[in-house]
Design a protein around this ligand. Sequence first.
Ligand SMILES: CC(C)(COP(=O)(O)OP(=O)(O)OC[C@H]1O[C@@H](n2cnc3c(N)ncnc32)[C@H](O)[C@@H]1OP(=O)(O)O)[C@@H](O)C(=O)NCCC(=O)NCCS
Length: 183
Amino acid sequence: MSKVDVSNSPSAPPSRRFGRLGPDDADRYAAHLLRLDSADRRFRFFKDVAEFLIHLHAGAAASDGRIVAVCEEGGEVRAAGELLVDPERPDVGEVAFSVEKDWRRKGLGCALMRELIDAGARAGLARLELEILPDNQAMLTLAKRFADKIETREGHLFAAIALPAAGVTPGRASAQSPGRDRP
Ligand SMILES: CC(C)(COP(=O)(O)OP(=O)(O)OC[C@H]1O[C@@H](n2cnc3c(N)ncnc32)[C@H](O)[C@@H]1OP(=O)(O)O)[C@@H](O)C(=O)NCCC(=O)NCCS
């Protein structure tokens, strides 16, 4: 994992750090996603995906160029946020989050959202989108803190977060268009 964006607060455990996943981190990322229970996997992937699909997802996410911001503690990934650019809408980044149960309500979801907002703005994206199941109250409440608009399409909620134009870096080098896999 690249050791960028270290943002420990004074009250955070000393081993907690924020960073980005790299290709060597696929197994640790898969281990994090596999610690989600079936209800949380459904919230994260919109169905309770099988273990081998989690491994496939983690391998792709760590190596296909998408941004995977993580919070690591004790050498394990405990929370993650992915940003994937839709090749059919190259100015839009689709984001999704996962925080393990014992690490929730500590601000990690919000911290990762802020990290992806900054990354998306630096990459020149116009907005981020977040797909949410209608019964996912936790994600919906978090999303409302950031979203400009939340609408319902085909039974799912979609939150849109407009990104600031200021400080835009020309080009989209850090948020590539890595394919149609979900973030
Ligand atoms: C949704 C999720 C990412 C939130 O992560 P988190 O680290 O707990 O979020 P934060 O601590 O940053 O919470 C920020 C705010 O969101 C809201 N929130 C978070 N969890 C909530 C819950 N269970 N119920 C109601 N509001 C909640 C609160 O307003 C909270 O602020 P507060 O703690 O000061 O009251 C986490 O619950 C999760 O991973 N769920 C399973 C997977 C999932 O749903 N992914 C989203 C698919 S895109």
